[in-house]
Every structure is written in structure tokens, then in C-alpha cells.
Ligand binder design. Structure first.
Ligand code: ZN
Length: 319
């Protein structure tokens, strides 16, 4: 295994500091979540005494997410069907046809302003892209941005809730509640999402979707199309609402064809042109061996994928 250079190590340490700082600042939000509404498919149950002894001593308890017996099977069903290649729209249709209560119907307090009790495509899509169903805690899924030019960072009550792009979410390594989907199926479903048709109607598949990890900040790199070519990009959690300071790392980007060539080498295959079938074959090997490709400082490194759960039958890769 290639060791990270000193420069890269410092950058990883800095990225980690930022992540930790962000997590600390999310404590308030997290507390609000724990007392708030669970995602569709889960309910809140008593999780025992608060881990912080100061709180625990006066009897404070924590609540944890547990599968809801009525709605959890539908979440599992959505992931399984989607992984088999069904469209999100057809899932929404079937849920309506079968009379399954949608999130606002299952939990009347949620979206109380909405009268519609039917599944819409966006609702199913949001469930399918929520990493909390892998059993992990997720931070930074949304942020509150202030209105207009006088936005006040940290100001209360003035902001609008904005959903951050998936690349900006912070996902815990540790499983903190019972998953409703295994990691492989979840990643496969995300890969299908990024392979949606472009404006010209052409489908742009990202062969390595979900497999490339940014060595600087640890996020999965997003598929990104540049000059007619597939590639992968990390913006290290950069949001346009924040000005990037000089010391922070710039976006990194790597072309898919360069990655595939390097993969040949990393997997010990004979060098040669990487044609379509060969590329697919290499990617299958990476997935089967539960590996990820870490990229930083112009270097690639294969690592075991973290916390890979037992793969389900539905984890077979859709084309
Ligand atoms: Zn990054």
C-alpha cells in the first residue's frame, strides 16, 4: 500500500479538523433531530441512558431510530426494486396503486401544510438517496441560508432551509441504527441516479460511481462530465454559501479513462487498451472485492471499503 505523502497527510488532518468542527456545530441540530421526526421507515424508540454522564446522571435518556414495522418493509422494497432497474416513477405509481400511506400520510405531523396524500417521484427519490437508511448518522444534509444580501450566518429564524448536494453530506462511519438497506445496494442505487440522461438525451454512465473516494476529505467523489468525458470530482464539502479561504484545498478532478488505466495496473492486469467490456470487468472486480479507490495528491490507492455489510441478493449490479 502506498503511504500518503507528508503534504497529503497534513491536508487529511486539516480536513478532519473541519469535519469535527462541523460535527460539533451540528450538535444543536442533532439534538433537535433526536427529539424530532424520524425518516420514513423508522420510528423513535428509547435508547437508554444518555451517554454523557452529566446528562445521564439526571436521568436524561436518548432516543434511537428503529425500523417501523409498517413502513420499513416499503423502504426495503423501494431499494430492492430500484436496484433491479425499475424507474423511480414506476415505484411511486405502484405505491399509490397499492394504497401505501406516503410520508405525510404515515406521519400526519410531517408536511402538515400539504394536503396531498399521494406519493410523488421526488419523495421516492429522496428516500432512495438518504444515507441514513444504511444505518448511519448523517450531518449537513441541509443548511439554513439567510435571505438576500444581508444574510446572517448563524442568524436565527431568518433563514430558508436548503438541501445540500449529496457530496456535502457528512456520513458517520459507524452504524448507529438498524439499516434498511445494505451498503452495496445503496451505492448501486446512487450509481443509477448519476447515470440519468443528459440534456441531449444521451445516458452518461459513470462506471466507477460510488467507488472513488477523495483522499483529502474522505467523501465519495461525484460523477462529473467535462469536455465529453466522464470523470470524478470532489469539492471537499464546499458550498457556494461560504467563501473558500485560501488555505483550503481546491476541487480535485480525475478522468474516468485515466482511472481505468490505473485500475488495470492496480489490479495486476496486463497493460493494454481499456475497452468498454474490459472497463466493466475491472469495475465488477473492485465491487466484488469490496474495494474503494482513494485518490489524492495525484495518487491512487486501493483500500477495503469501510463497514461493508453482507450483500443482499438485490445487490447484483444493474447495467
Ligand atoms: Zn474532497
Amino acid at each position: 500500500m502506498v503511504l500518503l505523502g507528508a503534504q497529503a497527510q497534513r491536508e487529511v488532518a486539516r480536513a478532519r479538523q473541519r469535519v469535527l468542527a462541523a460535527m460539533r456545530s451540528q450538535t444543536r441540530l442533532q439534538g433537535r433531530f433526536l427529539g424530532g421526526r424520524p425518516p420514513y421507515g423508522y420510528r423513535l424508540v428509547d435508547g437508554g441512558r444518555h451517554p454523557n454522564p452529566v446528562h445521564g446522571r439526571w436521568g436524561r435518556r436518548v432516543q434511537v431510530l428503529a425500523p417501523d414495522p409498517v413502513t420499513a418493509p416499503w423502504v426495503r422494497w423501494m431499494f430492492a426494486e430500484r436496484a433491479q432497474g425499475r424507474t423511480v416513477a414506476s415505484l411511486a405509481r405502484e405505491l399509490n396503486e397499492r394504497g401505501v400511506a406516503c410520508p405525510s400520510g404515515a406521519d400526519p405531523e410531517r408536511n402538515a401544510h400539504r394536503s396531498g396524500e399521494r406519493w410523488i417521484v421526488r419523495t421516492v427519490a429522496m428516500i432512495l438517496e438518504n444515507p441514513r437508511y444504511t444505518g448511519r448518522q448523517v450531518w449537513n444534509r441541509s443548511s439554513t441560508a439567510g435571505h438576500g444580501s444581508g444574510s446572517r450566518p448563524g442568524g436565527r429564524g431568518s433563514g430558508v432551509l436548503r438541501y445540500n448536494p449529496v457530496s456535502e453530506w457528512e456520513v458517520s462511519e459507524r452504524i448507529v441504527h438498524e439499516p434498511l438497506v445494505d451498503d452495496e445496494t445503496f451505492v448501486a442505487v446512487q450509481g443509477m441516479r448519476v447515470a440519468k440522461p443528459a440534456k441531449d438525451g444521451e445516458v452518461r454512465p459513470y462506471l466507477l460511481a460510488g467507488l472513488i473516494v477523495c483522499g483529502l476529505c474522505g467523501r465519495r467523489m461525484d460523477g462529473h462530465w467535462v469536455h465529453g468525458r466522464a470523470g470524478y470530482r470532489c469539492r471537499h464539502g464546499f458550498t457556494s454559501a461560504k467563501r473558500r479561504s485560501d488555505g483550503e484545498p481546491r476541487n480535485i478532478y480525475i478522468r474516468e479513462d485515466h482511472l481505468l488505466k490505473a485500475l488495470l495496473h492496480l489490479l495486476g492486469r496486463a497493460a493494454g487498451p481499456v475497452e468498454k467490456g474490459v472497463g466493466k470487468d475491472l469495475v465488477d472486480q473492485v465491487r466484488e472485492q469490496h474495494l474503494q479507490i482513494h485518490y489524492s495528491d495525484q495518487r491512487l490507492e486501493m483500500r477495503p471499503a469501510p463497514l461493508m455489510l453482507k450483500s443482499a441478493e438485490t445487490a447484483r449490479r444493474p447495467v
